[in-house]
Design a protein around this ligand. Structure first.
Ligand code: HEM
Length: 263
């Protein structure tokens, strides 16, 4: 006779709700932990969607991929909204727990790096910071070497007959993606005749939507960090806000932005 499934057992609530262990007496530490853990659960779901979407694009099956990409953008909205909750924590509140955080930082979020790799922001140095955790290191190394969702979109353009150089479709995927004039010309052709290339046009816009939300998340993070720690260095060892401002300059799908100027 199988055990009865209950709300608590199905969702493993005893385990889930036993994962919040503040290290200080600060009232706000539970908020700090909850926001990070909730973000990691959203990242897990976003990765689940992005992996499936990438496989579908590679298999020329775009319609279900679009549904998943739309879901990713809605997940991102939830993550962006969470800055509003976190911003209720003042510098005075944060200072009460900061000493307990040691060198831990969101900078070490391996799921976040996996999302960045999936979208095309490849950076081998971000794999090496996990050298002391062999399973995570191996997973990120494997992800670094895989084509990103954008790489698969560009391979699809090539299969549809656009002149995409082999240096793009068969590039070394561990390296950051470099913009190509041929790719920009291909997207320009798609935007110039949307009736003919409707699904590619839709794919381009779904990608732009995800990038737009990544940037809003990054900007919300930067402004929240600025509000809470000012211009102090980060617990992860970077210059803090200055580092986060640099990250904002990183575009995932460069030709999808530059093509807008060309149209
Ligand atoms: C008051 C709250 C927070 C502060 C003060 C803060 C501060 C920082 C700082 C200064 C960095 C740069 C790396 C470093 O030197 O540590 C960073 C990176 C990062 N943080 Fe936060 N953070 C906060 C909340 C969050 C939350 C809620 C998340 C959600 C998961 C998060 C995710 C990240 C990620 C993913 C990075 C790496 C960004 C990149 O390299 O592009 N942070 N954070």
């Amino acid at each position: 006779m199988p055990d009865t499934i209950t709300y608590r057992s199905y969702l493993r609530l005893p385990d889930l709700l036993d994962c919040q262990h503040p290290l200080s007496d600060a009232h706000d530490e539970l908020l700090f932990i909850a926001i990070h853990q909730a973000s990691e659960i959203w990242l897990k779901l976003a990765l689940h969607e992005l992996h499936a979407a990438r496989a579908l694009v590679a298999a020329d099956d775009l319609r279900p991929a679009f549904k998943m990409m739309t879901r990713v953008a809605r997940i991102q909205e939830q993550m962006i909204r969470s800055w509003e909750v976190l911003a209720t924590m003042t510098p005075a509140d944060y200072t009460k727990m900061r000493g307990k955080l040691g060198t831990s930082s969101g900078f070490q979020s391996d799921q976040y790096r996996e999302i960045e790799f999936m979208l095309g922001n490849k950076d081998a140095a971000m794999v090496e910071i996990h050298a002391d955790d062999p399973p995570t290191h191996a997973r990120l190394k494997m992800r670094l070497a895989q084509p990103s969702l954008y790489d698969e979109a560009l391979r699809l353009l090539a299969r549809r007959g656009f002149d995409i150089p082999a240096g793009v479709t068969q590039r070394d995927f561990t390296l950051p993606y470099a913009a190509s004039p041929e790719v920009e010309r291909a997207w320009a052709a798609v935007y110039a005749d949307t009736d003919r290339y409707w699904d590619l046009y839709e794919l381009a816009e779904k990608l732009v939507d995800i990038e737009y939300h990544v940037q809003l998340w990054r900007f919300g993070h930067l402004k929240t960090v600025e509000r809470v720690i000012g211009f102090k260095t980060g617990t992860g060892g970077t210059a803090g806000v200055q580092y986060l401002a640099k990250v904002l300059e990183k575009a995932f799908f460069p030709e999808l932005l530059s093509v807008r100027t060309a149209l």
